[in-house]
Design a protein around this ligand. Structure first.
Ligand SMILES: NC(=O)c1ccc[n+]([C@@H]2O[C@H](COP(=O)([O-])OP(=O)(O)OC[C@H]3O[C@@H](n4cnc5c(N)ncnc54)[C@H](OP(=O)(O)O)[C@@H]3O)[C@@H](O)[C@H]2O)c1
Length: 261
């Protein structure tokens, strides 16, 4: 039987929380959790049966795999601090928007283990539907990450830095911007004392159609029809919200294919 790798997770946020528990559930127990804030670190470690620390130099000796699940902007700093303590380990990050090369100056074996999903503490991920984007500096490590991703998820893609950077932009449009538009819609209805639930069927239909067909072909609304008068009325109704006016104008022009209206 193959020996289980000794795994350390650095970070105790959303991704660390879900990945740690999933790894354990799939027979890949996490041995140690290291993160800055004591309470969260202890909570995650207890939940996966690992030891914990708030200090990087206290990392256990000779781990096989160190998963950095800290915020993007902290990756370089954490990698630099950790570098000398784990010279032989495979060290990966979980970021869609950060190049794998952020780790390579500090580790001989590095890679990326990016689950393409939005994680929050409140929702249990549906692992079988999450695409894992993996990359590594050596073929053996790439194979290990592919096998591990297959074990805890189902969909595995070898995605290089260039591709992942673009994929991440696409994900920001599909998830973050779409969700922001939902939040704007909620605010507009709220100000009219109308329940946001009124839009739920429309939102469901939008996503259902976009999953069935190319969303570009499914586009409806004033900008898609070229109903310029209606668009101008909307701009006027947004007079009190110059930021939303700009957003409306920019997105409508992009759909319409013309910004002079
Ligand atoms: N959430 C998602 O939907 C998602 C999806 C795919 C990939 N990712 C990627 O996964 C990584 C973690 O994201 P997350 O959503 O789990 O973030 P998160 O919930 O905000 O947690 C961030 C973690 O980073 C730690 N941290 C922040 N600044 C730090 C610093 N300067 N030094 C050391 N640790 C620091 C935090 O520690 P404290 O608690 O002490 O602040 C916390 O443990 C990111 O690279 C992100 O791009 C996120």
């Amino acid at each position: 039987m193959e020996k289980s790798p000794v795994i350390v997770i650095v970070g105790a946020g959303r991704v660390a929380w879900h990945l740690g528990r999933r790894l354990k559930g799939k027979g890949l127990p996490v041995t140690q959790v290291i993160s800055r804030t004591e309470e969260r670190t202890e909570e995650l470690a207890t939940s996966v049966g690992a030891v914990w620390s708030t200090s990087l130099p206290e990392i256990i000796p000779n781990p096989d795999w160190v998963l950095l699940a800290v915020k993007d902007d902290a990756l370089s700093e954490v990698a630099e601090k950790l570098g000398s303590y784990v010279p032989e380990a495979l060290v990966t990050h979980t970021s869609g928007g950060t190049a794998g090369s952020v780790l390579s100056p500090f580790f001989r074996r590095s890679g990326v283990f990016y689950p393409l999903q939005s994680f929050s503490f409140e929702h249990t991920p549906v692992w079988s539907k999450i695409p894992f984007c993996v990359d590594a500096s050596t073929p053996d490590d790439l194979l290990f990450l592919k096998k591990t991703a297959k074990r805890i998820g189902n969909l595995v893609y070898h995605v290089n830095d260039e591709q992942r950077a673009r994929l991440h932009i696409a994900a920001v449009f599909a998830n973050n911007f779409a969700n922001h538009c939902f939040a704007v819609a909620e605010k507009i209805l709220d100000e009219q004392d109308l329940p946001f639930e009124m839009l739920h069927p429309l939102m469901e239909e939008t996503v259902a159609k976009a999953l069935q067909e190319s969303p570009a072909r499914m586009q409806t609304g004033p900008a898609a029809r070229g109903d310029v008068e209606t668009m101008r009325k909307h701009i006027h109704l947004l007079d009190a919200y110059p930021d939303l006016q700009k957003m409306y104008k920019l997105i409508s022009s992009n759909i319409f294919g013309n910004e002079n209206w």
